[in-house]
Design a protein around this ligand. Sequence first.
Ligand code: DGL
Length: 284
Amino acid sequence: MSDKRAIGVFDSGMGGLTVARALRERLPHEDIVYLGDTARLPYGTKSPATVTAYALQATRALMKHDVKMVVIACNTASSVALEPLAHDLAPLQVVGVVEPGARAGLAATKTGRIGVLATESTVRGGAYLRAIRKYNPDTRIVQQACALFVALAEEGWTDGEIAHAAAARYLSPLFQTPSEAPDTLILGCTHFPVLAPAIAHVLGDTVTLVDSAATTAAAVAEALTKEQMTNDERHPGQNHFMATDGTERFARLGGLFFGQPIAPEDVELVDLQAGLSTTVQASP
Ligand code: DGL
């Protein structure tokens, strides 16, 4: 028995494509419907109430595509909206990225000192602190909000002088006292994996960088298998993209995050605020 329905994935913008990329690699037979709420990015500086409202609208748009599962490919939304979404969408399964990210960090650290780089909202909400301490209460965790990384990633400025300067500015406080420095950094925002080269440029190879993409894809694969909801193994998985603004830009820069080109005609413009995920006719 196979379940042909797509996996729904959403983020505030293109960052969640790093998770979609891992899903595409791990689950080559699954269809993916991705929504980037580019009109309202960033989520990471907004209040939990606003992010939760946006996340509910995004998932409802995905459900119009009859998805079999929703992946919140945004740490900010996972931090504040996983529970309300799971409640609102039940019995549909909702998977967030914070728990898989925390597990990836714990698997990588040797010293038990982990740094979390995230948006302001994720840092303020402390979801990573709770998720890591649930597994190991003795872990020493230091958090750093890196709001500018989101803008740099969306701009495609992922390496070079400006990215290096931003990385140095954000990271230096974490490494001031060598005996307390983390040996592992969790990239706790789905936009940050594309900045890994800039972060590595500043830190060298003494620190392990992990993110939640591969562990989230593994959690999704496990859940689909367990519920016997995988697609037919002869089916080549298809991708469908939606954005709430700038579809041409989404296609142009999205490939950087997704790891393969995205054709402009494959990106649908949708309006979440109308409460209906209808295709609108405005130019990109
Ligand atoms: N990519 C999102 C995250 O993982 C948020 C970026 C933003 O909208 O601020 O947190």
